[in-house]
Design a protein around this ligand. Structure first.
Ligand code: GLC
Length: 450
């Protein structure tokens, strides 16, 4: 297995020595094929990044045979199941209520612009008609339908972009070199670990996904962290894999949920369960790059369907979360775990409806915006589009709001009814006389600035 060489540090060295060592480093990396020419995104790719960033809202779907156990997508690993016993669930997977049109319509009506679908999660089950393994929805289940084909077709019909989640980990295959989470899984044949074979398998699968399912907006990788505790850094050969993706579809964005600052060849940066710059959940200490940003978050507590988890965030919380994400200049990828019968949970549909209603009225202050001039405040956030600065007020215990702005305000109106909001400009900034803000999810003041 190819590994990155351990390289001498360049800290505190004289310039000449540093240059020598840098050269040595590069030669070594070239020798193991770890470095290729620096990644230069194509025009199509840059355009796709722009469209991605403008869209601001996507829906994540975690769906697989794990949904049948109704214990979340980590059930195999968390419960210490035997991998070969777990596989039997495929033979009983029959999501007879699956209807791509219903899913896509509900998601589109919510105002989301893209869907990210789990094609193959850590359990290793493929949700499309792959030729690389029989452990897939067409060959291994009585359902026998290529749900990815149906979903991608419908997305295209309704004008929703398709992103594909793809796990680098496989808790079932013997050729996957097990890292810290895979090691705990019993019933795997670990003697057969074979990275070149497994890497080839993944690339063949990615090839199918990128040639048989139309335009793919993004490949969303997950699982890098399975090897983050290895004594010798594990070489996932990502640059070569990313290059293959970009070659097959130049506008396909590469994302990796590794919880690190983006690696060479990636097109967007992901944050798991936290807004960029925050780290309450504990997976997001990494610095923020200049790439388009995306925060993924659950509607309840788990990604895959979990019957005991009815702890859904309220529509108000979700709307504010979406607005706050936009206030950070990021997209929200909000998750739903479809049921084993193929339906989206009613609680999720209800929330999609509420978000859609809000987005129809206020989407102008979210789509195509960037982070506003003022960073997140206890009262709310700001977003900006051109000369419009949108002040999103969630909670305010006063009748005036002072905004420390460097720009001149020429007009202030309440976004909902276009009524003028009185304001004065002082040394401290602009003071908005918003009056008592009551019972609103988000009271928006639109400022025109110069
Ligand atoms: C984590 C989990 C995984 C989930 C993902 C979504 O990486 O391992 O189950 O799919 O987060 O962000």
């Amino acid at each position: 297995m190819a590994v990155y060489p351990q390289l001498p540090t360049t800290v505190d060295l004289k310039p000449k020595t540093m240059i020598k060592r840098t050269l040595l480093t590069l030669i070594l990396l070239f020798a193991v094929g770890a470095v290729q020419a620096q990644y230069v995104p194509t025009e199509e790719n840059l355009q796709a990044r722009k469209e991605f960033a403008e869209s601001r809202f996507g829906i994540f779907l975690h769906w697989g045979i794990y949904s049948s156990f109704a214990q979340g997508e980590w059930y195999l690993q968390n419960a210490g199941l035997d991998a070969s016993e777990y596989k039997k669930a495929a033979d009983a997977f029959y999501p007879h209520r699956f209807n791509a049109k219903e899913w896509v319509s509900a998601i589109k009506d919510a105002g989301a612009k893209y869907i990210c679908f789990t094609t193959r999660h850590h359990d290793g089950f493929s949700m499309w008609d792959t030729d690389q393994s029989d452990y897939n929805i067409v060959d291994a289940t009585p359902f026998g339908r290529d749900v990815l084909k149906e979903l991608t077709k419908e997305c295209r019909k309704q004008g929703i972009r398709v992103h594909l989640y793809y796990s680098h980990i496989d808790w079932g295959r013997g050729d996957y070199p097990a890292g810290r989470t895979a090691k705990g899984v019993t019933g795997r044949d670990t003697d057969t670990e074979d990275w070149p074979a497994y890497y080839d398998f993944m690339n063949r699968q990615l090839n199918e996904l990128l040639t048989e399912y139309g335009d793919i907006g993004a490949i969303w990788f997950d699982g890098w962290w399975d090897h983050d505790e290895d004594a010798t850094p594990f070489n996932w050969e990502l640059e070569e894999q990313y290059a293959m993706i970009h070659k097959l579809q130049p506008s396909c964005l590469v994302a990796n949920n590794h919880h690190q600052t983006p690696f060479e060849g990636e097109d967007i940066q992901i944050f798991e369960r936290d807004l960029p710059g925050e780290n309450e959940y504990g997976l997001s200490g990494q610095s923020i790059s200049k790439l388009p940003l995306e925060t993924c978050q659950t509607m309840n507590g788990m990604w895959g369907y979990k019957v005991v988890d009815q702890n859904y965030k309220s529509p108000e919380t979700l709307i504010r979360y979406l607005v706050s994400t936009a206030g950070k200049g990021a997209n929200l990828l909000l998750n739903i775990g479809p049921q084993p019968n193929g339906e989206l949970p009613a609680a999720a549909i209800e929330r999609l409806k509420a978000m859609g209603e809000w987005m129809r009225a206020n989407g102008q202050t979210i789509y195509g915006t960037e982070a506003g001039d003022i960073k997140q405040q206890p009262w709310g956030v700001t977003t900006r589009k051109g000369d419009k600065l949108y002040v999103h007020i969630f909670e305010l215990d006063a009748e005036t709001l002072t905004l420390p702005l460097d720009v001149e305000v020429v007009e202030a109106v309440s976004f909902a009814d276009r009524k003028a909001v009185p304001y004065t400009t002082t040394d401290e900034g602009v003071i908005l006389e918003v009056g008592r803000v009551v019972d609103t999810v988000d009271y928006i003041v639109e400022l025109t600035t110069k």
